[in-house]
Design a protein around this ligand. Structure first.
Ligand code: PLP
Length: 359
């Protein structure tokens, strides 16, 4: 058989080991996972009640247009319903954008490091991924602009950026948008927008009115605590949403996901509480990292990018043995902000591991 040539050498995504398996292997009673930026505070009680009420509906296909969720989300955001495209997680919206706009002979521009899904999807479509190094963890928007050519179809901007946690302020983003040619799609991934506390964070919804080539991606997987149910969305001009709908599968959003997301929106107090708890947790983690004496970027998200001098892979392995699962990158580690107790455990483990390794 002859598969598409561009997929043959793609790395297969390796999910982290389930916590229970790690516990058994290492003989530990308690293992915490601070690797995937999940919400340590769970999800709203409104969601629990709404889901229980829907358990009889499993034999029925979901609403392929997500009408109820669409209406409620549109009024929450102050946009029209037909400006929203839903995805099975915002991961799927990344895929829809790539499917609709990329093909061999075109390119997509993105930062490095950034969310790896942009590059994988460009590769699957046979398009070139042009990676522009970050400066101190921040997008180098001028260098990204300079890479745009007549083959460019999409520029990915992750704000705040995963894995570095750095945010692009509104003035800088506007300056960038003003210079991007109007036929190039700017995909602004705001998976962590609800965690941002810096008032200079752009109001992407307002920017959509002026920039017709902009799409903003958000998700219910992070602050809303619904990662298992896979609900993400993009907000854009109707013309873009129309193109994405053409490559979307009819029932990409399941019924429980639609139900849960609708209920989650009705509990903004939960979101505010999580944002405040996360901010306190960030400060707790900064204080601990300062005490350990390791370098990190201050973050606008629910994770922190830490740059130790020791080998990240080794730190990952040693922390795992102490019951703390984190994420290793080539030059850094990334830890999710957990509950107060989880942060304490993570900091103790990191301090122990770095104290042992020759720096
Ligand atoms: C987690 C994450 C997403 C995707 O989340 P979904 O669960 O697919 O909605 C998208 N972008 C970034 C930058 C993320 O970190």
């Amino acid at each position: 058989m002859i598969p598409k040539s561009q997929i043959v050498d793609l790395p297969v995504y390796e999910p982290g080991k389930p916590i229970d398996e790690v516990k058994r292997e290492l003989g530990l009673d308690e293992v915490i996972k601070l690797a995937s930026n999940e919400n340590p505070f769970g999800y709203s009680n409104h969601v629990r009640e709404a889901l229980i009420s829907q358990l009889e509906h499993l034999p029925i296909y979901p609403d392929g247009a997500s009408m109820e969720l669409r209406g409620i989300l549109a009024s929450f955001l102050g946009v029209d319903g037909d400006q929203i495209i839903f995805g099975n997680g915002s991961d799927e919206v990344v895929m829809l954008i790539s499917r609709a706009y990329l093909q061999p002979g075109t390119n997509a521009i993105m930062a490095s490091p950034t969310f790896s899904v942009y590059k994988t999807n460009a590769a699957i479509e046979g398009a070139e991924a042009i990676e522009v190094p970050c400066i101190d963890g921040a997008h180098d928007l001028d260098a990204m602009l300079a890479q745009i050519n007549d083959k460019t179809r999409v520029v990915w901007v992750c704000n705040p950026n995963n894995p570095t946690g750095k945010m692009i302020p509104e003035a800088e983003l506007v300056k960038f948008l003003d210079q991007v040619p109007s036929h190039v799609l700017v995909a602004l991934d705001e998976a962590y927008s609800e965690y941002v506390t810096d008032p200079a964070y752009p109001d992407a919804i307002a920017l959509l009115k002026k920039y017709r080539n902009l799409i903003t991606l958000r998700t219910f997987s992070k602050i809303y605590g619904l990662a298992a149910l896979r609900v993400g969305y993009g907000i854009a001009d109707q013309e873009i949403v129309d193109k994405l709908n053409r490559v979307r599968e009819p029932f990409n959003l399941n019924h429980l996901g639609q139900t849960a997301a609708t209920a989650a929106l009705s509990d903004q107090k939960f979101v505010q509480d999580c944002r405040a708890l996360n901010e306190a947790g960030r400060n707790q983690v900064y204080a601990g990292l300062d005490e350990i004496g390791v370098k990190y970027y201050p973050s606008e998200t629910n994770f922190v990018y830490i740059m130790p001098e020791a080998n990240p892979r080794e730190i990952f392995n040693e922390m795992m043995k102490l019951g703390v699962i984190i994420r290793a990158f080539p030059q850094a580690i990334r830890v999710t902000i957990g509950s107060k107790e989880q942060n304490e455990k993570m900091l103790t483990a990191l301090g122990t591991v770095l104290g042992r390794t020759v720096q």
